[in-house]
Design a protein around this ligand. Sequence first.
Ligand code: PEP
Length: 250
Amino acid sequence: MRKNIVAGNWKMNCDLPMTQTLISELKKGLQTDYNCEIMIAPSHPCLYPAFNSTLDTPIEVVAQNVSEQEKGAFTGEVSIDMLQSVGVKTVIIGHSERRDSYGETDELLAAKTIAAVEKGMRVIFCCGEHLDVRKAGNHVSVVTSQIEKGLFQLSAAQMEQVVIAYEPVWAIGTGETASPEQAQDMHAAIRSFLKDKYGEMTANHTSILYGGSVKPANAVEIFAKPDVDGGLVGGASLDATSFLAIADAF
Ligand code: PEP
């Protein structure tokens, strides 16, 4: 079912004391009801303490990445089973920093996604275009191609476990945000692409988040758009007050 979601991607910013401090600030600021699911994505070593510290809250702890491999000689990698063993049920796959800095290809991301979904995980699948692509007017075809290559091996039933995060790379960590209209146009294009492949029900049930310099000052306007179901938030999620204000935007 389509849900509103606000997810904080903490990237490689918080060690354990910082993770614990940020979680306790979030817990202090939490109100009783939000019209969205709230997720945080700490670094791998902090997932289990974060999971334990949020048990009594509506905050879900999610992972920033996972291996496509099941187990074995893959030094430095973290498996789906390992994430699940520390309480993680959702994983971000295909963030542009993984694509650009670590060479994660569409094929690898497809393998990660199918492996995670088959083990019952929910996946936040990221897609988004670079600035030159947008300037050339090819943004919709690039993003739909990322979705086709990364997700279309899934069945309609498996798509129930997928959330899409549209993150224009030119808006990530730059302070520049897509306008609410630019976000809406892309989200509508993604939903229509899903409809062509899977039908209306899947298209209408898939949450599509916007990511790229979301902050309290722009969240209300962006989230008000009919095809925007929330945000994947980087920088502003490192401040509890800002992050909760974004969640409050619904
Ligand atoms: C992100 O990295 O997913 C992101 C959207 O970052 P920021 O909010 O800082 O642009």
